[in-house]
Design a protein. Structure first.
Length: 216
């Protein structure tokens, strides 16, 4: 995509190296702080709240990406996995392109929050990292939950099925949030996926035509 290449060149001087390292370390630090100081509503102070943003709390446009993904020990597993995904994407794409991928996801999450007037999270945004890695490194094997060896393509399929199910059972707000938070994946991989689907449809049509007996 030429426009993306142009944007990458212009954005290069503003890019942040090891972006996911900073994000994940901040996630972990905030999680530990919340556990030590449960009376301090730290997460409510950084959440993506359109109402609070319109009141002048503009830091929320950025700080929502530091919200930990879950509670308990699984939070640290998820945070480490997000770090691993981000580092691999940055190594493959380069710092600037990975920054753009994450930035597009952030913008999508912000737009969704304002459209639905609901508090947004970075959950779908971080899941888009998994979809990107599954598309780029389908045969790379990881230890799911540090126990089960599984290829990235299967994790990506599970992620896609889960997102599809959430879209079906969710309300309008959650559907809008899901779609817009994955806008980065659609921008980066949508054209190739559509081309692949179109090619497969043409190939299947050709096979059906070849099976038909010739007419004289």
């Amino acid at each position: 995509m030429k426009w993306l290449d142009t944007l990458e060149r212009k954005f290069d001087r503003f890019s942040i190296g090891n972006l996911m390292q900073y994000i994940c370390l901040t996630m972990a630090a905030l999680y530990i702080f919340a556990a030590i100081q449960p009376n301090v509503p730290i997460f409510s102070l950084i959440a993506l709240s359109p109402y609070r943003i319109m009141q002048g709390q503009i830091w929320r446009l950025v700080t929502f990406i530091f919200m930990p993904p879950s509670s308990g020990l699984l939070a640290f597993v998820a945070i480490y996995f997000y770090y691993w995904l981000g580092q691999n994407l940055e190594y493959y794409w380069g710092t600037t392109r990975f920054n753009l991928y994450y930035l597009f996801g952030m913008i999508g999450a912000i737009i969704a929050a304002f459209i639905t007037n609901s508090t947004g999270t970075s959950d779908y945004l971080n899941l888009s990292l998994l979809l990107a890695c599954a598309a780029l490194f389908p045969d790379t094997e990881v230890l799911f939950m540090f126990l089960i060896p599984m290829k990235m393509k299967w994790l990506g399929i599970i992620d896609a099925v889960l997102l599809g199910w959430l879209f079906i059972i969710g309300n309008t707000a959650s559907r809008v949030s899901l779609i817009f938070s994955l806008i980065n994946f659609l921008i980066f991989f949508g054209p190739k996926l559509f081309d692949r689907i179109r090619y497969k449809m043409r190939y299947e049509k050709f096979r059906r035509q070849m099976r038909q007996p010739p007419k004289f």
